[in-house]
Ligand binder design. Structure first.
Ligand code: ADP
Length: 502
């Protein structure tokens, strides 16, 4: 086993990896930017090194600096978490050349799966259905030609895409030229590659993905699906396992497709094969995520398998510890991504100091947080501050527990998406499992807006009552109150108590 692991990431995911290492008694090294000096991952790791200024290009994406710390501390392996360098084939290759184990797939497998078009080609080769569209990068003329052949709506996508960037839905010829231009420029600025291709835009699909684990000896298994259709701007916000619509037969077919794809690409370690499932329950391969996913805990809760530990064991050269028939899904799990964002103000980032924090707990609740009371959420990075996960014997109990946990969760000082999750978890269609990837955009945004309007009305009424009472009070002579000598709420209570008794 590795004698030391460096975690090339920050926040809640770095903490998650450190926890797995600690259980395995593997010492850890954290790296951090100047903005992250007070971060939880820095406090949790056995050693921590500052690698540069806040911008991630000068810190968390600075490959040479990270390799230098790994060498200096004699870390034998690097866990990239997700985001930053997690799907960077050049970084995986650099680790390989430097004799440091990258905890993830090989750089070769990552190159095959990293481009959406080459992954689509591979899927076709092994007979896995893909979303209709092209499998190679297109010129502007070819995009127009494909659109004419396929019919609108189409979706232009960046070949090197991720995070919903470089993606444009096009409904008609008139929108095409500007959409191509916008997609290409976003693809260039985000991925350094303007290559785009086209997919048919499916109407109201569900996003359902398969978790896989593969070892270095060609053995691959699937660990069930995750339902990730609750999205905002094509980004997941709530995930669950199992999916309310998946039958055992569909699970097996999608699982086998995922395994076939992994095997064909020489994939090892943890990975996710993403699919879209349409209204008649046909599934289409979407893309490979060659890393751990943000939503991995829901799979862990229903399978009982710690995916980070498995990643480490596989990277160290161990054979898979499970056979396909060992994988049994037990109960249901749901995850809410808690972001430092203001849901009543178009999800604007809300960095700042957390001056009050009460985390939920109790049966079936897991709070994967990267913050603490007094911590200041920096503005430089992804605003994900916690993944709140609830498990229950069935979906109903998991939802009950999540609703309860969301009520318990108090974060003061910054805005968070907790109130938004509370609203989704009260939605009758969501509770029935009746939704698709357009759920938030189409129906929910209206309800949120209505909610926000209602808040404004309540605020107005409250202000009017306040003004009225103030005016009334001004008419009546007020008794003299002596201010307490100390601001402590406990001392104040005691003093009032004493006064009453006398
Ligand atoms: P990214 O890698 O940028 O996150 P994905 O290809 O994973 O992009 O797609 C993200 C989301 O966008 C999907 O979960 C789905 O909601 C939507 N989407 C992607 N492709 C299609 C498509 N062909 N038709 C309809 N929706 C799609």
């Amino acid at each position: 086993m590795f004698k030391k692991i460096l975690i090339a990431n920050r926040g809640e995911i770095a903490v998650r990896v450190i926890r797995a290492c600690r259980e395995m008694e593997i010492p850890t090294v954290a790296v951090y930017s100047e903005a992250d000096r007070p971060s939880l991952h820095v406090r949790y790791a056995d050693e921590a090194f500052c690698i540069g200024p806040p911008p991630s290009t000068e810190s968390y994406l600075a490959m040479d600096k990270i390799i230098e710390v790994a060498k200096k501390t004699q870390a034998e392996a690097i866990h990239p978490g997700y985001g930053f360098l997690a799907e960077n084939a050049a970084f995986a290759g650099l680790c390989e050349r430097e004799g440091i184990t990258f905890i993830g797939p090989s750089s070769k497998a990552m190159r095959v799966t990293g481009s959406k078009t080459s992954a689509r080609t591979l899927a076709k080769e092994v007979g896995v259905p893909v979303v209709p569209g092209t499998t190679h990068d297109l010129t502007d003329e070819e995009v127009a030609q494909t659109a004419a052949e396929m019919g609108y709506p189409i979706l232009i996508k960046a070949a090197g895409g991720g995070g919903g960037k470089g993606m444009r839905i096009v409904a008609s010829d008139e929108e095409l030229t500007s959409a191509i231009r916008a997609a290409r420029s976003e693809a260039s600025s985000s991925f350094g590659d303007p290559a785009i291709y086209v997919e048919k835009y499916l109407q109201r699909p569900r996003h359902i993905e398969m978790q896989i684990l593969g070892d270095k000896y060609g053995d691959v298994i699937y660990l069930g699906e995750r339902e990730c259709s609750i999205q905002r701007r094509h980004q997941k916000v709530i995930e669950e396992s199992p999916s309310p619509i998946i039958t055992p037969d569909l699970r097996r077919r999608m699982g086998e497709a995922a395994v076939a794809l992994a095997k064909a690409s020489g994939y090892n370690n943890a990975g996710t094969m993403e699919f879209l499932v349409d209204q008649d329950r046909s599934f289409y391969f979407l893309e490979v995520n060659a890393r751990l996913q943000v939503e991995h805990p829901v799979t862990e809760m229903v399978t009982g398998i710690d995916l980070v530990k498995e990643q480490i064991l596989i990277a160290a050269g161990e054979k898979l510890r499970y056979r396909q028939e060992d994988i049994k899904l037990r109960g249901a799990a749901i995850e809410c991504r808690i972001y430092a964002e203001d849901p009543d103000n178009n999800f604007m980032p809300s960095p700042g100091k957390i001056w009050g924090l009460r985390s939920p707990g109790g049966p079936g609740v897991r709070d994967e947080s990267g913050v603490y009371e007094g911590y200041e959420v920096p503005l430089y990075y992804d605003p994900l501050i916690s993944k709140l996960v609830a498990w229950g014997r069935d979906r109903e109990e998991a939802l009950e527990r999540m609703r309860r946990a969301l009520r318990e969760y108090v974060i003061q000082g910054i805005k968070t998406t907790i109130p938004f999750h509370r609203r989704v978890l009260e939605d009758p269609d969501f509770l029935k499992g009746d939704f698709d990837t357009t759920f938030i955009e189409t129906r929910f945004t209206e309800r949120v807006a209505t909610g926000a309007r209602r808040h404004q009305e309540v605020a107005l009424i409250a202000a009017a009552i306040h003004a009225y009472l103030k005016e009334k009070r001004a008419e009546v002579p007020r008794p003299q109150v002596t201010a307490p000598a100390t601001g402590s709420p406990w001392k104040m209570a005691a003093r009032q108590d004493g006064l009453r008794r006398r």
